[in-house]
Structures are given as structure tokens and as C-alpha cells.
Design a protein around this ligand. Structure first.
Ligand code: NAP
Ligand code: ZN
Length: 394
């Protein structure tokens, strides 16, 4: 059966019996007890509107279809996209539907599987990134670029939910139901909290390095040292590229070198920018707002590319001539497909690469949001979802 056929068959197969693990014992073998058919009442943490703080809310996860996996969420990273979405900062192109439960860096333990599931068994650990469904048949989907599904992928939160109605809710919650195709295998032995950010920050910075074929010895610049930026540094260093960090925060200059960058400079340092003219094959900008890019185009080599993954609004300060001279490219990139997300997870586990995380409870989410906006995150907040359930993972 194809992925589409399995999903289409879901409605008639939800009554299948499900094996179940003892809920959320992260490192214990699952026990055998009935989980029920669902739908599953779920505790979550979300935004009631664009200005209010996030707080506890109750949501429901759909009954499992044959291709679905029920996850008990263990950890969820906080991406700056969560903040943009919760605060409706993308209203011009992706208005927020409330209540909004963000979270697309999800690590969970499999509590039940639909009867057609082959990729997971109860007790396995799975990851969910930014995607939970796509058409499965368009040119993008059949070439492992589900994020660019021409019928529009279903994103983990704030997407129309074709299966349950309403809109999707993300990983700041104690359970998720996701088609197995969109659940990433997490190899045994991985540091689970530190793996969560790879599901968005990791893949979003890995994918352009793959696409633009960043190789050993090439010079790459990372603009903005936050969640995405620090993963970009680690991933580029792993490829033996020569990494320079451009930051607006003097306090991060030493950190950039600790993370493996050869050089770190303040973006406002005009002398350094002049010295670096014509130096870089690739730049990856993780800055969450539009900013004048001309100075950065000038540090690209001939045929170099500046990949913007951060700013979604109209870009500033890009003169056509800055691209024409030197045949430079200004490009964008969005996360990565499911196969590539699996690839970055496996790549990082094999090399011991993980995010630098600060573990918090749900009650700290609003404070964490404020700190991210103030550029005061070193370098990813990850929510321990045990705090939502009033229990601790071992
Ligand atoms: P983050 O942790 O807040 O990091 C962003 C960094 O950019 C900050 O730490 C800061 O670094 C710099 N910065 C912040 N505000 C700035 C400003 N006004 N001017 C100049 N520099 C500024 O955010 P993130 O989670 O890494 O996400 C970064 C952006 O990528 C967000 O807009 C997010 O929505 C987007 N995103 C896109 C994708 C995609 O698929 N394209 C995926 C995930 C996230 P310094 O202190 O070093 O200057
Ligand atoms: Zn993200």
C-alpha cells in the first residue's frame, strides 16, 4: 500500500487494537496495557491570542489511523518561528489561528502504532519536525521535498488539518498523532533533549549546506548566532569548512570560536567587513528580521550565494548591481524533506553533534520567549514535557 492509500484507509481501520507502552518512561521497556482507540485528550501549552501569555489548554489528538504513530512527547525545542507564529508576526502571509500550540522540534516515545505501521514499534523514540503531512504524489513529494508539496504540506502547527478539521497543534503537548512517514527515527543512545533542535534548527541549516555543496576548506559565514546559527556553525565545522560568525552580540564572539568558528566578527565592524570582501562561497542568514544585506553580498566570492532562512518579510538593501557583479545569488531555503531530516539526525548521532540546550519547564516558556527575542539564548531552549504532566522522565 502506498502512503496515500494507507492514509485514505485510516477511517475504517481506527478500531484496530493497539499495543501500548507504560506512558513516558523514557528509558524503560514498555508494559502491555490497552491504550484505547482514541481520540486522545491531550494537555498542551498554547497562546490564546497574539498578545496574551501562553498557558495550559486542553486539546484532542485524532484516533490512530493505520499509518499513524501515537507519541508521548518527551522534549520540544523552542524555535523563533514558534514566537513569530504565537504572536502573529507573520500575519501577512500566514495568519495565526488561535488557540495556537507551537512546537516543531519534538522528541517522543511511541506509545501505540496503527496496524500498518512498519517503521516504529511501541517503546521506540521518534522525532517530529515541521511537517506532519503532505500530498505524497506531487513532484516535490515524490522527490523527498515534502516541505515544498505543491498542494501545500501540512505543517506541525497552524496548518489546516485535513484529517481532524480545524488547524494543527504542535509539540508543546503531552501527545501527538503523526503519520509514520513524518516521524523520524532517533537512534538508540542519542541525548534526547539535545536532539530535539536538530528537527528544525539542524535540518534548516544542514539542507542549504547539502544543496549548495559546502565542502572542506570552503569559507562559509553564519549570520546571527542563535538556535539555527549555532547549529550551522557545528554542522559546517563537521564538514571541515572554514567558518566565520557574524553577530550583533559582543558577548557571543568567544562562544562562536568555542563552537568551532575560525573567526567571529561584529556585523557592525565596517573594517572587518571590508577586509572580508570577496571571501565566502556561502553565507547563511538566520536573522529573524529583514536587515540591510548589501554589506553581506559584498563579502561573497564570485558565484557565491547568500541563503536567507530567517527573514520572511521584504528584504532590505539589495541592489541588483550587487548581484550582477560577481554573478552572486540571493536564495532562500525552508527546512528539509523527511529523508534529509533523517539524514541530519543520523549524521549528528554518528558524529556526536548536538545542540547546546537549556532545559526548561512549561512554566518558563513565556520567559524563554522574551529571552530569545532579546538574543539571550545559549543556544536553544528545550521544554522538558514531563513538567506538563507533573512527572519526571528518568
Ligand atoms: P534565534 O535563536 O532568535 O536566533 C536568531 C539570531 O539572529 C539571534 O540570536 C541574533 O544573533 C540574531 N538577531 C536577532 N534579532 C536580530 C536583529 N533584529 N538584527 C540582527 N540580528 C538579529 O532564532 P532561530 O530560532 O535561530 O530562528 C532564526 C530565524 O529563522 C527565525 O526568523 C525563524 O522563524 C527562522 N526559521 C526559518 C526556518 C526555515 O525553514 N527557513 C526554520 C526555522 C526557523 P546575534 O546575537 O549573534 O546577532
Ligand atoms: Zn523552527
Amino acid at each position: 500500500m502506498s502512503r496515500r492509500e494507507v492514509i485514505a484507509a485510516g477511517a475504517v481501520l481506527v478500531a484496530a487494537p493497539f499495543a501500548v507502552g507504560k506512558p513516558n518512561e523514557a528509558h524503560a521497556a514498555p508494559a502491555d496495557e490497552a491504550v484505547g482507540e482514541g481520540p486522545f485528550p491531550t494537555r498542551a501549552y498554547g497562546a490564546p491570542n497574539a498578545t496574551g501569555p501562553l498557558g495550559p489548554i486542553a486539546i484532542e489528538r485524532r484516533a490512530l489511523g493505520p499509518a499513524d504513530v501515537l507519541l508521548d512527547v518527551l522534549y520540544c525545542g523552542i524555535c523563533h518561528s514558534d514566537i513569530h507564529q504565537a504572536r502573529d508576526e507573520w500575519s501577512t502571509w500566514n495568519p495565526t489561528k488561535y488557540p495556537c500550540v507551537p512546537g516543531h522540534e519534538v522528541i517522543g516515545r511511541v506509545r501505540a502504532v496503527g496496524k500498518a505501521v512498519t517503521k516504529f514499534r511501541v517503546g521506540d523514540v521518534g522525532g517530529v519536525g515541521c511537517l506532519v503531512d503532505s500530498c505524497g504524489t506531487c513532484e516535490s513529494c515524490v522527490t523527498d521535498r515534502e516541505q515544498h508539496c505543491t498542494k501545500r504540506a501540512t505543517f506541525t502547527y497552524n496548518s489546516p488539518d485535513a484529517q481532524s478539521g480545524g488547524h494543527t497543534s504542535g509539540g508543546y503537548s503531552d501527545t501527538m498523532v503523526v503519520p509514520e512517514h513524518f516521524v523520524i527515527r532517533i537512534p538508540p543512545g542519542a541525548d534526547l533533549a539535545a536532539m530535539a533542535p536538530l528537527l528544525c534548527a539542524g535540518i534548516t541549516t544542514f539542507s542549504p549546506m547539502q544543496h549548495w555543496k559546502l565542502t572542506a576548506g570552503q569559507r562559509v559565514g553564519v549570520i546571527g548566532l542563535g538556535g539555527l546559527g549555532h547549529m550551522a556553525v557545528k554542522l559546517a565545522v563537521a564538514r571541515k569548512a572554514d567558518v566565520t560568525v557574524f553577530t550583533t552580540s559582543p558577548g557571543k564572539l568567544d562562544d562562536a570560536k568555542r563552537l568551532g568558528a575560525k573567526e567571529a566578527i561584529l556585523s557592525t565592524d565596517a573594517e572587518a567587513m571590508k577586509r572580508l570582501a570577496g571571501s565566502f562561497e556561502l553565507l547563511i542568514s538566520t536573522v529573524p528580521r529583514a536587515f540591510p544585506m548589501q554589506a553581506f553580498l559584498s563579502v561573497l566570492k564570485t558565484d557565491g550565494t547568500l541563503v536567507n532562512v530567517g527573514a520572511m518579510e521584504a528584504l532590505e538593501g539589495v541592489g541588483g548591481i550587487d548581484l550582477v557583479h560577481g554573478r552572486k545569488s540571493l536564495a532562500g531555503s525552508m527546512i528539509g524533506g523527511i529523508a534529509e531530516t533523517q539524514e541530519v539526525i543520523d549524521y549528528c548521532v554518528a558524529r556526536g553533534i548536538k545542540a547546546d540546550v537549556e532545559l526548561i519547564g512549561v512554566e518558563d516558556i513565556n520567559r524563554a520567549y522574551d529571552r530569545v527575542v532579546k538574543k539571550d539564548v545559549r543556544y536553544r531552549f528545550v521544554i522538558d514535557m514531563a513538567s506538563l504532566k507533573g512527572r519526571k522522565e528518568s
